[in-house]
Design a protein around this ligand. Structure first.
Ligand code: ZN
Length: 720
C-alpha cells in the first residue's frame, strides 16, 4: 500500500514547477520511507538561525508513517442483533456443520451464556442465543444446519421458556434429546452446566464474578481454549452451588479472574479452604483483566477476538469459537470519532506485544465501530505509535487529539480505506515537525482530473477545535462513504485535501502550559529580540503589511514577520497550493481555513472594507456572498466580509483568491465572540462532537460547489 501510494504521489508531484522543491522533497522522502526529519537538514540558513536563537525541541511527529511490521487480517463476526451475531459466530465456529451438542442460552442476560460457553467448547459444540419467549428464525435455521446430537438449554423456564423448547423440538424433530441445565440462580445454573460437561476431576478451574460480564467473558475464552470449566461467584461470598461444584471437581488450582473489587479476598480464602491453590489473575479494570488472562494462559496465540467492553450482547456466543481457535478475547471501547483512547491502553499494549496476524471483531459496527476495528489492526501491525508523555491535553480535555493521536487517527483512516485516503506531509515547521495532510478521493493514488478542495486547520496554535473539525471531516468522508450516497458522490467526484495542523510547533508549545499558554503564532525566533513567533495568517504575500491589518512588532500577537513567506509553515502551504496548478490551471476551486472563534463565515477581502475593489470580479463577489449565506443557513454562523470583523492583511484567504482565484473562506468556529479570553479558543472537549457535526452540511456544500462555484448564483455557464 505504501509503495503504490508513494509512486502515485511522486507522479502527481512531477507536475509542479521546479520552484516547489520543499513540498517535493518532503514527499520524496516519504516515498523512500526515510525519516522526514532529514528534510530540514539541507537548509543551512534555517539551521544557523536555529542554532543561534533557539535549539529545536525534539519533534513530536518526527518519524515517517511506518510500514506495517506484518500483515494483519481482520474479520467482523456480526449480525443485525445479538441473535444474528450468535449465528454468525456459530457459522465461523463450526463451518462444516454437524455437532454433538448445541447449547442454547438466553440473550437477555449474560450469566447463563457465559457459563455455557466453556461447556459447549469442552463438548465440541456450539452456543446459540435465543429470546426468552421465542426462538428467532435465523437461530432456528442455524440449529438445523448444525444438526446437533442433543440440545442443552441453559437455565430454567424463566430464562428460556417452554415455548422455545417446543420450537426447538419442531425445528429438529422429536428424536433429538433436549435437556435443561438449571439451578436456582445463575450460580446454580453455572454449576449444573459444568456438571454436565466436565468429569469429576479437573486440574484447573476458573472462577469469575457473576455480577458483571467482562471478567467471565475473558475467563471463558481462555478456559475454553485450554479445556477448563468456569464457575461463577458472588463478589463477596462463595455461593453454595459453587462450593458443591468445586468439591465435586476437586481442582488442583483455581484461577480467580479479576481484581479484589470483582472477587473479594474473602472469596479467595473460602476457595483455598476447599483445598486447591488459588491464583488471582486480574488488572486494574476489565481491559486489564482480559489482557492479563490472555498473557497468562494464551501468550502466543496469533489470533485474538475483540469485543466491546461496554456491552455483553455481541460476545456471548464467542467462547466456543475462542476455544476452537485457541484465541483469547480482548476488550475495547466501542467507538472513537472524538475519543482518541478508543482502544484502551492494556488492550493496545497487548496488541503491540503480541503482534497477532488475525483479529476477529465480535458484533456489528454499533458494538465495535469500523474505525476501532482498523485501529486494532494498526496497533497489531505497528503502524500506530504510542503518544509521547508530552505535550498533551490535560485529563479534562483528553478527548482532544494530541499531535500523535491526530496522526494515529489519520493513519487509521488510511488503514481502513487505503483506496480513499492518502497521507503525506506538505513540508516541515520551523522546528522540523511534519505538517501532515490527507488526500481523500476514490482512486486516491491517481491524480484524476477532478475538482479539488482544500481544508486546513490550526494556523493559530491555540485554536484546538479546528483540528477536531478537520478530523471530523475525514471521518465523514471515509466513515459515511458506504452508507451516504451524497458523501460517496463527493468522494468519487472530487479530490479533497485536508491539512490538519499547519502550525505544529505553536501547538506543542501551547499544550506545554498549565493547561494551555494561549499561544497563537509559530515558534520562529526573531532577530534582535527575545520575542518569538510570526502570525502565519499575516505572512502571505498578497498585500502583505499594506493596511494596518497586522503588526511589524515581533512581540505583537499578529506579527507579520520580517518579510512575506518568512515562516516555513506558510511557505509549505504556498508550495502545496502552487503544486496544484496543473497545465497552467489551479485545480483547487474551493477552500476553507478553520479558525476559532466567533461562529462566522468570512470571505475576502480582509485588507479593505471595499466590497468590490479593483482586484475582485463583481460576479465572484456575488458568488462569495451567496455561498457564505448558503453555508450559514446550515450551521447558524454569521456570513460577512472578512474586513467587517477587522482589517487583516497578508492573510491566507486574500492570497488564495487574489493569486489563485480559489473561492476561499475562513470559518470561525464555536463559540460566538464573548468577553475576550483564551478560553474562547479552548472550549471543553464535551462540545467537540456537537460543534464539529454542526459544520457537516457546510463543508459538504463547499466540496460540492468545487466543480463550479458559480452555481451558487445560477451562473454555471461561467464554468464553461
Ligand atoms: Zn485563527
Amino acid at each position: 500500500m505504501r509503495r503504490g501510494r508513494g509512486g502515485a504521489i511522486l507522479a502527481a508531484m512531477r507536475r509542479p514547477p521546479a520552484s516547489q522543491s520543499a513540498a517535493f522533497v518532503g514527499l520524496a522522502v516519504l516515498v523512500l520511507g526515510g525519516p522526514l526529519a532529514a528534510v530540514s537538514a539541507p537548509n543551512p540558513v534555517r539551521a544557523a538561525a536555529t542554532a543561534a536563537l533557539e535549539p529545536p525541541t525534539r519533534p513530536v511527529l518526527a518519524a515517517a508513517v511506518p510500514e506495517p511490521s506484518h500483515e494483519v487480517t481482520s474479520e467482523r463476526l456480526g449480525g443485525t442483533d445479538r441473535y444474528g451475531t450468535s449465528v454468525a459466530i456459530s457459522a465461523r465456529t463450526v463451518p462444516e456443520g454437524g455437532v454433538p451438542v448445541v447449547y442454547l442460552a438466553s440473550g437477555a442476560g449474560f450469566a447463563d451464556a457465559l457459563a455455557a460457553g466453556p461447556a459447549a467448547a469442552r463438548s465440541g459444540g456450539a452456543l446459540l442465543l435465543t429470546r426468552p419467549d421465542r426462538l428467532p428464525a435465523n437461530v432456528a435455521t442455524e440449529l438445523v444446519r448444525l444438526a446437533p446430537g442433543r440440545v442443552v438449554v441453559a437455565g430454567g423456564p424463566a430464562a428460556v421458556s417452554e415455548a422455545v423448547v417446543d420450537e426447538v423440538r419442531a425445528a429438529l424433530g422429536p428424536d433429538v434429546p433436549i435437556e435443561r441445565a438449571a439451578g436456582p440462580d445463575r450460580y446454580g445454573t453455572a454449576a449444573a452446566l459444568v456438571d454436565g460437561a466436565f468429569e469429576a476431576t479437573t486440574p484447573l478451574l476458573f472462577l469469575a464474578s457473576g455480577a458483571g460480564f467482562p471478567d467471565a467473558l475473558a475467563a471463558g475464552a481462555v478456559a475454553a481454549a485450554i479445556g477448563a470449566p468456569v464457575l461463577l461467584t458472588r463478589p463477596d461470598r462463595l455461593p453454595p452451588e459453587t462450593v458443591r461444584a468445586i468439591r465435586r471437581l476437586r481442582p488442583e488450582r483455581v484461577v480467580i479472574a479479576g481484581g479484589p473489587a470483582a472477587v473479594s479476598p474473602a472469596v479467595a480464602t473460602a476457595v483455598a479452604a476447599l483445598g486447591p491453590t488459588v491464583e488471582r489473575v486480574g488488572g486494574a479494570d476489565r481491559f486489564g483483566t482480559a489482557t492479563a488472562l490472555a498473557k497468562r494462559f494464551l501468550p502466543d496465540a496469533s489470533t485474538v477476538l475483540v469485543a466491546s467492553g461496554l456491552g455483553f450482547a455481541d460476545a456471548l456466543a464467542a467462547v466456543p469459537l475462542a476455544g476452537r481457535l485457541g484465541a483469547p478475547i480482548l476488550l475495547t471501547w466501542p467507538d472513537s470519532v472524538s475519543w482518541p483512547a478508543s482502544v484502551p491502553h492494556p488492550t493496545r499494549d497487548e496488541l503491540r506485544r503480541r503482534a497477532p496476524t488475525s483479529i476477529l471483531v465480535l458484533g456489528g459496527p454499533a458494538a465495535v465501530s469500523e474505525f476501532v476495528r482498523y485501529e486494532l489492526v494498526g496497533w497489531a501491525d505497528g503502524r500506530l505509535s504510542v503518544p509521547p508523555p508530552e505535550p498533551d491535553y490535560p485529563a479534562f480535555d483528553s478527548r482532544y487529539h494530541n499531535p500523535t493521536e491526530l496522526l494515529n487517527a489519520v493513519i487509521v483512516a488510511a488503514i481502513w480505506r487505503p483506496d480513499l485516503v492518502d497521507i503525506f506531509s506538505i513540508g516541515t515547521s520551523y522546528q522540523g515537525r511534519d505538517i501532515w495532510a490527507a488526500k481523500v478521493s476514490d482512486n486516491v493514488t491517481v491524480d484524476e482530473p477532478e475538482p479539488e478542495v482544500l481544508v486546513d486547520a490550526l494556523h493559530h496554535a491555540r485554536e484546538h477545535l479546528t483540528v477536531e473539525q478537520a478530523l471530523y471531516l475525514l471521518n465523514v468522508l471515509v466513515g459515511d462513504y458506504e452508507s451516504d450516497p451524497a458523501v460517496r458522490r463527493l468522494v468519487d467526484e472530487r479530490e479533497v485535501f485536508i491539512v490538519f495542523a499547519l502550525n505544529p510547533d505553536g501547538w506543542a508549545f501551547d499544550l506545554g502550559g498549565s493547561p494551555y499558554r494561549g499561544w497563537r503564532k509559530n515558534r520562529q525566533p526573531n532577530a534582535g529580540t527575545s520575542a518569538v513567533g510570526t502570525d502565519p495568517n499575516r505572512n502571505y504575500d498578497y498585500r502583505w503589511g499594506c493596511c494596518g491589518g497586522s503588526s511589524g512588532n515581533p512581540s505583537a500577537w499578529n506579527y507579520r514577520g520580517p518579510a512575506p513567506w518568512s515562516a516555513p509553515e506558510t511557505r509549505a502551504m504556498r508550495d502545496f497550493v502552487e503544486s496544484r496548478v496543473v497545465e497552467g490551471r489551479q485545480q483547487i476551486r474551493t477552500h476553507v481555513s478553520l479558525h476559532t472563534n466567533g461562529e462566522l463565515i468570512l470571505y475576502p477581502y480582509g485588507y479593505t472594507k471595499v466590497d468590490v475593489p479593483a482586484d475582485m470580479d463583481p460576479v465572484d463577489q456575488r458568488t462569495y456572498v451567496a455561498m457564505a449565506r448558503a453555508m450559514a443557513r446550515t450551521n447558524g454562523y454569521r456570513p460577512m466580509q472578512s474586513s467587517d470583523l477587522y482589517i487583516t492583511d497578508g492573510d491566507q484567504i486574500d492570497w488564495m483568491y487574489a493569486r489563485h482565484r480559489i473561492f476561499s473562506f475562513t470559518f470561525e468556529l464555536y463559540p460566538t465572540e464573548q468577553v475576550s479570553s483564551h478560553a474562547d479558543h479552548e472550549p471543553p472537549d464535551e462540545v467537540i462532537v456537537r460543534e464539529t457535526t454542526r459544520n457537516r452540511a457546510a463543508l459538504l456544500y463547499l466540496i460540492d460547489l468545487a466543480d463550479c462555484p458559480y452555481r451558487a448564483i445560477g451562473a454555471s455557464d461561467r464554468c464553461g
